[in-house]
Design a protein around this ligand. Structure first.
Ligand SMILES: [Zn+2]
Length: 216
Protein backbone atom coordinates (compact mmCIF):
# COMPACT_ATOMS: atom_id res chain seq x y z
CA UNK A 1 0.00 0.00 0.00
CA UNK A 2 1.38 3.36 -0.96
CA UNK A 3 2.13 5.72 1.85
CA UNK A 4 0.90 9.27 1.88
CA UNK A 5 4.52 10.36 1.98
CA UNK A 6 5.24 8.60 -1.27
CA UNK A 7 2.18 10.20 -2.77
CA UNK A 8 3.30 13.66 -1.67
CA UNK A 9 6.74 13.05 -3.14
CA UNK A 10 5.15 12.06 -6.45
CA UNK A 11 2.75 15.00 -6.60
CA UNK A 12 4.04 17.99 -4.66
CA UNK A 13 2.25 20.55 -6.88
CA UNK A 14 0.01 21.12 -9.89
CA UNK A 15 2.91 21.02 -12.33
CA UNK A 16 3.96 17.54 -11.20
CA UNK A 17 0.38 16.30 -11.76
CA UNK A 18 0.39 17.82 -15.23
CA UNK A 19 3.75 16.25 -16.04
CA UNK A 20 2.48 12.90 -14.88
CA UNK A 21 -0.67 13.17 -17.00
CA UNK A 22 1.40 14.27 -19.97
CA UNK A 23 3.64 11.21 -19.72
CA UNK A 24 0.62 8.92 -19.49
CA UNK A 25 -1.24 10.53 -22.30
CA UNK A 26 1.58 11.21 -24.70
CA UNK A 27 4.24 8.65 -23.77
CA UNK A 28 6.07 9.30 -27.04
CA UNK A 29 5.67 13.05 -26.94
CA UNK A 30 2.78 15.33 -27.81
CA UNK A 31 0.81 14.49 -30.89
CA UNK A 32 -2.11 16.44 -32.33
CA UNK A 33 -5.35 14.47 -32.50
CA UNK A 34 -6.46 16.25 -35.65
CA UNK A 35 -3.39 16.25 -37.86
CA UNK A 36 -0.65 14.18 -36.22
CA UNK A 37 1.74 17.08 -35.81
CA UNK A 38 4.20 16.58 -32.98
CA UNK A 39 5.37 20.16 -32.59
CA UNK A 40 3.33 22.22 -30.21
CA UNK A 41 3.42 25.27 -28.10
CA UNK A 42 2.20 25.44 -24.55
CA UNK A 43 -0.11 28.34 -23.75
CA UNK A 44 0.90 28.80 -20.17
CA UNK A 45 -1.93 31.06 -19.05
CA UNK A 46 -4.55 28.42 -19.74
CA UNK A 47 -2.35 25.32 -19.72
CA UNK A 48 -3.39 24.18 -23.16
CA UNK A 49 -1.24 22.65 -25.86
CA UNK A 50 -1.57 24.21 -29.26
CA UNK A 51 -0.66 22.25 -32.36
CA UNK A 52 2.02 24.05 -34.38
CA UNK A 53 0.41 22.98 -37.64
CA UNK A 54 -3.40 23.26 -37.37
CA UNK A 55 -3.59 25.34 -34.19
CA UNK A 56 -5.98 22.90 -32.48
CA UNK A 57 -5.82 23.36 -28.75
CA UNK A 58 -5.84 20.38 -26.40
CA UNK A 59 -5.84 20.46 -22.66
CA UNK A 60 -4.14 17.74 -20.70
CA UNK A 61 -7.42 16.69 -19.12
CA UNK A 62 -9.66 16.68 -22.20
CA UNK A 63 -11.22 13.28 -22.90
CA UNK A 64 -9.93 11.84 -19.66
CA UNK A 65 -11.99 11.23 -16.56
CA UNK A 66 -11.06 14.78 -15.58
CA UNK A 67 -12.63 16.21 -18.72
CA UNK A 68 -13.61 19.89 -18.26
CA UNK A 69 -12.76 19.81 -14.59
CA UNK A 70 -12.52 23.02 -12.63
CA UNK A 71 -10.89 21.38 -9.64
CA UNK A 72 -7.13 21.50 -9.14
CA UNK A 73 -5.50 18.35 -10.47
CA UNK A 74 -4.06 17.61 -7.07
CA UNK A 75 -7.58 17.17 -5.70
CA UNK A 76 -8.16 14.52 -8.29
CA UNK A 77 -4.89 12.90 -7.45
CA UNK A 78 -5.78 12.78 -3.77
CA UNK A 79 -9.09 11.09 -4.56
CA UNK A 80 -7.41 8.70 -6.98
CA UNK A 81 -4.72 7.97 -4.47
CA UNK A 82 -7.21 7.13 -1.82
CA UNK A 83 -9.12 4.78 -4.01
CA UNK A 84 -6.03 3.25 -5.60
CA UNK A 85 -4.29 2.63 -2.30
CA UNK A 86 -7.16 0.48 -1.11
CA UNK A 87 -8.54 2.72 1.60
CA UNK A 88 -12.15 3.37 2.29
CA UNK A 89 -13.09 6.59 0.62
CA UNK A 90 -16.48 8.15 1.20
CA UNK A 91 -17.70 11.36 -0.42
CA UNK A 92 -18.11 12.86 3.03
CA UNK A 93 -14.53 12.16 4.05
CA UNK A 94 -13.25 13.48 0.73
CA UNK A 95 -15.36 16.64 0.97
CA UNK A 96 -14.09 17.33 4.46
CA UNK A 97 -10.47 16.69 3.61
CA UNK A 98 -10.38 18.84 0.48
CA UNK A 99 -12.87 21.43 1.75
CA UNK A 100 -15.12 20.98 -1.23
CA UNK A 101 -18.88 20.53 -1.40
CA UNK A 102 -20.21 17.08 -0.76
CA UNK A 103 -21.91 17.06 -4.16
CA UNK A 104 -18.63 17.81 -5.90
CA UNK A 105 -16.97 14.99 -3.97
CA UNK A 106 -19.79 12.62 -4.89
CA UNK A 107 -19.46 13.47 -8.57
CA UNK A 108 -15.73 13.01 -8.41
CA UNK A 109 -15.97 9.60 -6.78
CA UNK A 110 -18.67 8.48 -9.18
CA UNK A 111 -16.44 9.32 -12.13
CA UNK A 112 -13.59 7.41 -10.56
CA UNK A 113 -15.76 4.36 -9.93
CA UNK A 114 -16.95 4.47 -13.52
CA UNK A 115 -13.32 4.52 -14.63
CA UNK A 116 -12.78 1.48 -12.42
CA UNK A 117 -15.47 -0.28 -14.34
CA UNK A 118 -13.87 0.64 -17.65
CA UNK A 119 -10.46 -0.56 -16.55
CA UNK A 120 -11.80 -4.04 -15.81
CA UNK A 121 -9.52 -6.36 -17.75
CA UNK A 122 -11.34 -9.66 -17.26
CA UNK A 123 -14.46 -10.98 -18.89
CA UNK A 124 -16.09 -11.84 -15.61
CA UNK A 125 -18.18 -8.71 -15.71
CA UNK A 126 -21.65 -8.62 -14.21
CA UNK A 127 -20.78 -11.23 -11.63
CA UNK A 128 -23.43 -9.63 -9.42
CA UNK A 129 -26.13 -10.54 -11.92
CA UNK A 130 -27.73 -13.83 -10.92
CA UNK A 131 -29.03 -14.62 -14.41
CA UNK A 132 -25.69 -13.96 -16.06
CA UNK A 133 -23.99 -16.14 -13.47
CA UNK A 134 -26.24 -19.11 -13.97
CA UNK A 135 -25.85 -18.92 -17.74
CA UNK A 136 -22.12 -19.64 -17.45
CA UNK A 137 -20.15 -22.87 -17.56
CA UNK A 138 -19.81 -24.43 -14.07
CA UNK A 139 -16.18 -23.38 -13.61
CA UNK A 140 -16.87 -19.78 -14.57
CA UNK A 141 -20.05 -19.79 -12.53
CA UNK A 142 -18.16 -20.85 -9.43
CA UNK A 143 -15.56 -18.12 -9.96
CA UNK A 144 -18.32 -15.56 -10.36
CA UNK A 145 -20.11 -16.78 -7.26
CA UNK A 146 -16.92 -16.52 -5.25
CA UNK A 147 -16.39 -13.01 -6.55
CA UNK A 148 -19.95 -12.11 -5.70
CA UNK A 149 -19.60 -13.34 -2.11
CA UNK A 150 -16.33 -11.50 -1.65
CA UNK A 151 -17.73 -8.34 -3.18
CA UNK A 152 -20.68 -8.40 -0.80
CA UNK A 153 -18.37 -8.86 2.15
CA UNK A 154 -16.27 -5.97 0.89
CA UNK A 155 -19.28 -3.68 0.60
CA UNK A 156 -20.51 -4.61 4.08
CA UNK A 157 -17.11 -3.95 5.55
CA UNK A 158 -16.46 -0.68 3.72
CA UNK A 159 -19.86 0.84 3.27
CA UNK A 160 -22.15 -0.88 5.75
CA UNK A 161 -25.39 -2.72 5.28
CA UNK A 162 -27.57 0.06 4.02
CA UNK A 163 -26.37 0.71 0.52
CA UNK A 164 -28.67 1.89 -2.24
CA UNK A 165 -29.09 -0.28 -5.28
CA UNK A 166 -27.52 2.38 -7.48
CA UNK A 167 -24.46 2.77 -5.28
CA UNK A 168 -24.07 -0.96 -4.88
CA UNK A 169 -23.24 -1.32 -8.55
CA UNK A 170 -20.47 1.24 -8.23
CA UNK A 171 -19.11 -0.60 -5.23
CA UNK A 172 -19.00 -3.81 -7.24
CA UNK A 173 -16.81 -2.02 -9.76
CA UNK A 174 -14.71 -0.75 -6.94
CA UNK A 175 -14.31 -4.19 -5.45
CA UNK A 176 -13.13 -5.64 -8.77
CA UNK A 177 -10.74 -2.82 -9.33
CA UNK A 178 -9.21 -3.07 -5.92
CA UNK A 179 -8.69 -6.78 -6.17
CA UNK A 180 -7.08 -6.42 -9.59
CA UNK A 181 -4.67 -3.75 -8.50
CA UNK A 182 -3.94 -4.73 -4.95
CA UNK A 183 -0.45 -3.63 -3.89
CA UNK A 184 0.16 -1.85 -7.15
CA UNK A 185 -0.51 1.79 -6.56
CA UNK A 186 1.01 3.40 -9.66
CA UNK A 187 -0.54 0.72 -11.85
CA UNK A 188 -3.89 1.48 -10.31
CA UNK A 189 -3.45 5.19 -10.82
CA UNK A 190 -2.49 4.98 -14.47
CA UNK A 191 -5.13 2.29 -15.02
CA UNK A 192 -7.82 4.64 -13.78
CA UNK A 193 -6.66 7.59 -15.82
CA UNK A 194 -6.08 5.66 -19.02
CA UNK A 195 -9.29 3.66 -18.76
CA UNK A 196 -11.41 6.67 -19.47
CA UNK A 197 -9.11 8.43 -21.90
CA UNK A 198 -10.19 8.20 -25.51
CA UNK A 199 -7.15 9.85 -27.03
CA UNK A 200 -4.29 7.65 -25.91
CA UNK A 201 -2.31 6.53 -28.92
CA UNK A 202 -0.93 3.14 -29.52
CA UNK A 203 2.29 2.83 -31.48
CA UNK A 204 0.31 1.94 -34.57
CA UNK A 205 -1.81 5.02 -34.35
CA UNK A 206 1.26 7.17 -34.00
CA UNK A 207 2.57 5.61 -37.17
CA UNK A 208 -0.66 6.21 -39.04
CA UNK A 209 -0.89 9.81 -37.90
CA UNK A 210 2.68 10.38 -39.04
CA UNK A 211 1.91 8.84 -42.43
CA UNK A 212 -1.17 10.94 -42.89
CA UNK A 213 0.88 13.98 -42.09
CA UNK A 214 3.69 13.23 -44.53
CA UNK A 215 1.18 12.45 -47.32
CA UNK A 216 -0.52 15.81 -47.07
ZN1 LIG B 1 -2.81 19.68 -35.50
Amino acid sequence: MASIRRFMALFPDEQSCRDYLFSLRWPRGFICTKCGEMRYCLIKTRNVYECANCKTQTSITSNTLMHRTKLPLRYWMVALYWVASGQRCSARKLARTLLIQQRTAERLLRKIRLAMHKSEPTLLLDFWNREKRSAQQPIVRRAMQKMYREARAFIRRYYGKRVSKWNRLYYYYEYRFRSNYMHHFTGALSGLILASCTTIYTLNEYGRLRERKSAS
